[in-house]
Design a protein around this ligand. Sequence first.
Ligand SMILES: [Zn+2]
Length: 323
Amino acid sequence: MKAGQVLGVLALGSAAGLLMQRHHVVRQRLEKRAVAGRTKRFDLKRELPPWLSGAVVAGSFATFLWYENKWPLRLRTQNAARRDLRNLAIAALAAITVRMAEKPLTDALTDRVHRRRWGLLKLAPLPAWIEVPAAVVLMDYSMYLWHVLTHRVPLLWRFHRVHHADLDLDMSTATRFHFGEMLLSVPWRAMQILTIGVSRLPLSIWQNATVAAILFHHSNSRLPQGVERVLSRVFLTPRMHGIHHSVVDAERDSNWATIFSFPDYLHGTRRFDIPQDRITIGVPSLREEEQLTIGRLLKMPFSSQEGTREEREGGSCHRQASR
Ligand SMILES: [Zn+2]
């Protein structure tokens, strides 16, 4: 893990404690303002309506699925129907885990953060048009740090490896996360909300944008090179995420961002230099389809982890010097 990334993780952790000291001052100021009749027009306490969230998720899923089938970026190496079925089964367990373990906690936490004015963004009475985008950007940046941790911390890599072990990369990979990874991310999510100071509305906007972004950058969509190059200055794109799913260590250790590409610029981990037809998708020690059945994928984090140390620390797979 690079020094900058370590600093990012430490800063997020230590900021949590410091922020608690100031929140009551701003809270009193806002209470006075509310008494004086100057209340906010935006209701940050309410999440996006279910019909809108449903439309964003279903709309992005349908759009990128149609696009990747019409203009594919990489050639598939596996039987699509078998892979899709396997990945969607893993995804269903992950979705149930999020619903049961994460949602009740984030609902309670965002309400408390809003009421008691905890966290960075509640230090000053910001207008909603600043607070909401700032929350989305900071949540996205802290997801970059979480993604780096899932590769570098041995326990977390055991679970994130299930996602990376897919031998092709497309819309179905986007949904394939081990339920254990979802469970382990709950304390991190709680820390993000508490430290940044995220109310329900910005959290639900970030969640919807994150789902749409994950579907987009995992999709096997061939955008025109020039368009993608420009787009990648702001957002993480399919070619960039393809490089992150490479078996080559130095390529996997790049493009960790989720929605916006600025965290990779910030930490010097952005890459756009590997043509997709030269990338082998997956992890070096899991190259056979028989190693990747539903049962084996679910058991994988709890079984022997041959080759995982090299995968985390680099040194297991290099590209020959023909670039
Ligand atoms: Zn990853």
